[in-house]
Design a protein around this ligand. Sequence first.
Ligand code: URA
Length: 281
Amino acid sequence: MTWDARQQAMLEAMGYKLWAAPEPAVAEPEAAPAPREVPREVPREIPREAAREASRAPVQIAQALAPVMPQRGGVPSAAGSAARPEIATLDWKQLQESVAGCRACGLCEGRKQTVFGVGNEQAHWMIVGEAPGEQEDRQGEPFVGTAGQLLDSMLRAIRLTRQEAAPAQQVFIANTLKCRPPRNRNPEPDELAACQPYLERQIELVKPRIILALGRFAVQALLGSNEAIGRLRGKVHSYQGIPVIVSYHPAYLLRNLGDKARAWEDLCLAMSTLQAQAVPS
Ligand code: URA
């Protein structure tokens, strides 16, 4: 497999320097059976095993695309949309107002402001993260700290943005929680359950064609699963019929640079999944 210009841009944006392997590329002696294609350019910093996996990505993507596994979404709690049914009837503006005035859990006491989300209300891509941190609480926008910078780079590499653009390019970014947990601690189950109807309604109104679930709390909210990200990624899941791709949270990637290669595969899978949906005109 060769990295095309777009893939190279993506890898570079994710912090990988590319180098051109000497021609002809030589397969490792122990590699058996011989790979169908030997990568001509491999990101220097990707560990050998990850590079091997990346070269198999098209096969994995094809396998992963086969079944869109139907799964129940949502935090398994009585306090989801069933407990706050009025939220499911709100339009976008009413939803924003409801979030801004929400006092459904204790997080309202410590917040500077709520963080509703940012991006295109008709976005094809929806990105779901965890919860606002200090910067997000201050600025009222998700993913504006260092994790957000990495997320923006990753999005830019696949020609997506949070800035003003058409629905195919401008994503919508939301979190499972709309308020900052104190000292950035993990969300509590009651907080997730109280906030869940907001996320559900956002998804219902945006109607994304694909959802990228970043980190375990997004996965819990959308898939109702507590499985490790490593076991869930690489497959196409489903929330209310919308394909969901599971990937690592950018804050985790900042601490675990070796997993950036896997995050790249996850973005490839998301792109392929979206392309596979495209209706020929
Ligand atoms: N991490 C998240 O999950 N969301 C944010 O908005 C910021 C950091």
